[in-house]
Design a protein around this ligand. Structure first.
Ligand SMILES: Cc1cc2nc3c(=O)[nH]c(=O)nc-3n(C[C@H](O)[C@H](O)[C@H](O)COP(=O)(O)OP(=O)(O)OC[C@H]3O[C@@H](n4cnc5c(N)ncnc54)[C@H](O)[C@@H]3O)c2cc1C
Length: 398
């Protein structure tokens, strides 16, 4: 089996691409990662990392790095009405009470994943422009003229995936009508801010989220507001469009004074229009498969974008590690069967949660009760371990 182990080409050096590269490397499978950007992970702010992916980060040896660079989320985590009155506590553990929930700066997570790979695996400055098959091999071409050939290609190239169109006709982005202002405030500027707190304030058509990053030295914030007509026309799915801090402050004027106190310290923010996609009919074609946002772009209202891409990566690596060159097309379909339904549920759950958070509900007392009861959904989400099922699926291929 080892002699005919596949050689894997990964397009996209974001969280999903770098994680699956780590998982495959841990299993002893040869990988190369091709990323379009001239440098890794410079853009972004907070990503939320929950037990369902932390168990996989630990499996590939990154538990200590998560502890070092992450900021534990635990006590003081609460939902509030916009005026600061309490709605409910936030579920941060799985059902066994294991608290492995962290805020991480995206740049730290990407850096940590990249540094854990052997030298020479990641190739930056490679924008993928095409895909084709060459006999039993799969081939990708790049704008710089380079070509990469492997037994399998993983499209981990994000929400604007180039490789998706080689699997199925590109789905239309679905605009949520919401714009997110993101950024960070150094904790020293808000010394009374409670440690370890994930907090969310819910208003009519808007909500505001905070959680800690980088060992508690930064407070991450996201202000979700309705898009106006100009934004609808102009805003594409960009992670780097600058936002106006004054406009952000105006959006949340009159809310809980704690929100105002944090926003007074904001000097820079960037904003993105929130889109997702309807669940895809398939993720796989022959020796090409998709992973992460390329397969299942979702809204951020369950904090699962990064976590689901890590779950995908662990499932795919576990199956590929047990596949031979000959069994790859079946292995990729087994991965897709394992992951597509769960990812689709998280996609639709994120849409529903966004409506709750923005108070689009006939009876807000019932909405508040749903938010409190949502702890059970989160426990089940966090309990999930994809590895036993992936091992069983891999065994069926042999
Ligand atoms: C620049 C950036 C900033 C982000 N900031 C945040 C944030 O602040 N908060 C948050 O919650 N989420 C953020 N995200 C999204 C979050 O990282 C993802 O939703 C999630 O982690 C899923 O990961 P992914 O690997 O599927 O996609 P991504 O993390 O988006 O990674 C996709 C990677 O593929 C690369 N790529 C795209 N097209 C090509 C191509 N043709 N050839 C080669 N490489 C290609 C991209 O440059 C990117 O590095 C950001 C994503 C990006 C790309």
């Amino acid at each position: 089996m080892t002699q005919s182990r596949p050689n894997v080409v990964i397009v996209g050096g974001g969280i999903g691409g770098l994680f699956v590269a780590n998982a495959l490397t841990t299993y002893g499978v040869a990988v190369s990662v091709y990323e379009q950007a001239p440098a890794l992970g410079e853009v972004g702010a907070g990503v939320y990392i929950t037990p369902n992916s932390v168990r996989h980060l630990q499996r590939v040896g990154l538990g200590p790095a998560v502890e070092k660079w992450g900021a534990k989320v635990g006590k003081n985590s609460r939902y509030y009405h916009h005026d600061g009155t309490l709605i409910a506590p936030v579920q941060v553990t799985d059902s066994s009470g294991w608290n492995a929930t962290y805020g991480m700066h995206r740049a730290d997570l990407v850096d940590m994943l990249a540094k854990a790979l052997p030298p020479g695996v990641v190739h930056i400055g490679h924008r993928c422009t095409g895909f084709d098959r060459a006999g039993n091999l799969a081939r990708v071409t790049f704008a710089n003229g380079a070509i990469a050939v492997g037994d399998v290609v993983i499209g981990a190239d994000g929400i604007h995936s180039e490789l998706r169109r080689y699997v199925f006709p590109p789905p239309r982005p679905v605009f949520s009508g919401t714009v997110a202002y993101r950024g960070v405030v150094p904790t020293e500027l808000v010394p009374d801010w409670p440690a370890e707190s994930w907090e969310m304030w819910l208003g009519q058509g808007k909500h505001f989220l905070t959680y800690p990053l980088r060992a508690g030295s930064l407070v991450n914030f996201v202000g979700f507001v309705p898009a106006d007509a100009t934004m609808k026309e102009q805003m594409r799915e960009s992670w780097s469009a600058p936002g106006d801090p004054e406009a952000l402050r105006r959006e949340f004027a009159g809310w809980d004074p704690r929100v105002g106190a944090l926003l007074r310290q904001v000097q820079t923010t960037f904003r993105s229009a929130l889109h997702d996609r309807d669940p895809s009919p398939t993720w796989t074609r022959g020796r090409l498969t998709l992973l992460g946002d390329a397969a299942h772009a979702m809204l951020p209202h369950l904090g699962q974008g990064a976590n689901q891409s890590i779950e995908d990566g662990m499932a795919l690596a576990t199956i590929l590690a047990n596949a031979s060159r000959e069994t790859i097309p079946g292995a990729l379909l087994a991965y897709e069967r394992l992951r597509r339904e769960r990812a689709a549920k998280v996609q639709s759950g994120a849409r529903e949660n966004g409506l709750r958070y923005d108070s689009f509900h006939a009876d807000l007392a019932i909405r508040d009760a749903e938010i409190a009861a949502h702890a059970e959904f989160r426990k089940r989400l966090y309990d999930h371990d994809v590895v036993p099922e992936a091992r069983a699926a891999a065994m069926e291929l042999v």
